[in-house]
Design a protein around this ligand. Structure first.
Ligand code: NDP
Length: 245
């Protein structure tokens, strides 16, 4: 029997793409969900859709770059469901640009969301997981956490950081029985490219991303990691389109 049913799972960045697909996949497997993102209308629509199919889901408008809001998110999950089994730190932004363009605000936003957001997510759930000696922290990195592409220096830097932070967490928390998983997707068809502000670069990347696969494929990988026996940790997965070089 699967051990995924009735787990309480927080998903950040659940208002579109991989987070939304993961919410649907996990709801279908009987998980109790707490969804987070900034666009509340999208979360509300997703809640209605999942509830129509019999799923259990709550949501909270949250900016992952705010430490206070992430603590409030974890407190909300604990109050409503009594425990947090899993957090999927998925929220991310990718406004690619070459360094010489000095798009400092975009660098800052990648650092805030992709690195600080993941750290705040870890900080918010760790105390209750340690207390229970049980929990699973899943952080979404990228193939860009393994390779650096032109115009992706800062984005890649944040995604390498996610892998380093998750590996550090694994080493520190293994003796506390807390599982960690790094998910590194290749090209996935989502709204992520909309954050690119350079029109020429955006057009080239949109062209390259035509090989992208559905976010449902990443959702299944996340579900696979969660449903392992408690003494088994899938520490890292790369999931790419077969044809991606
Ligand atoms: P989307 O743009 O579809 O989704 C990004 C999600 O992050 C949205 O739900 C958005 O919600 C949320 N988000 C962004 N900023 C914040 C914030 N400050 N606070 C809370 N939520 C925020 O892209 P994807 O689904 O593709 O991205 C999900 C993750 O997957 C990201 O970490 C991305 O880097 C990673 N990834 C994606 C790949 C791809 O090819 N698509 C490849 C490799 C990794 P809202 O705007 O409502 O806050």
């Amino acid at each position: 029997m699967s051990n995924i049913q009735d787990k309480v799972v927080i998903i950040t960045g659940a208002s579109s793409g991989i987070g939304e697909a993961t919410a649907k996949e996990l709801a279908a497997r009987g998980v109790k969900l707490v969804l987070a993102a900034r666009r509340e209308d999208r979360l509300k629509n997703l809640q209605e859709e999942i509830e129509k199919d019999g799923g259990q889901v709550l949501y909270k408008e949250t900016d992952v770059a705010s430490h206070d809001q992430m603590e409030e998110l974890a407190a909300f999950a604990l109050k409503e469901f009594g425990k947090i089994d899993v957090i999927v730190n998925n929220a991310g932004v990718m406004p690619l640009s070459p360094l010489h363009e000095k798009k400092i605000a975009e660098w800052d936003s990648m650092i805030d969301v992709n690195i600080r957001g993941v750290l705040y997510g870890i900080a918010a759930v760790l105390p209750s997981m340690r207390e229970r000696r049980e929990g699973h922290i899943i952080n979404v990195s990228s193939i860009a956490g393994h390779l650096v592409f032109p115009a992706a220096a800062v984005y890649s830097g944040t995604k390498y950081a996610v892998r380093a932070i998750t590996e550090g967490l694994r080493i520190e928390e293994a003796s506390h029985n807390i599982r960690t998983t790094i998910i590194s997707p290749g090209t996935i068809k989502t709204e992520l490219l909309e954050g690119i502000t350079g029109e020429e670069l955006k057009a080239a990347i949109v062209e390259d991303s035509k090989i992208g696969i559905s976010p449902a494929n990443i959702a299944r990988a996340i579900a696979f990691a969660i449903e392992q026996p408690e003494d088994v940790a899938i520490n890292e997965m790369i999931v790419r389109p077969t044809v991606q070089e």
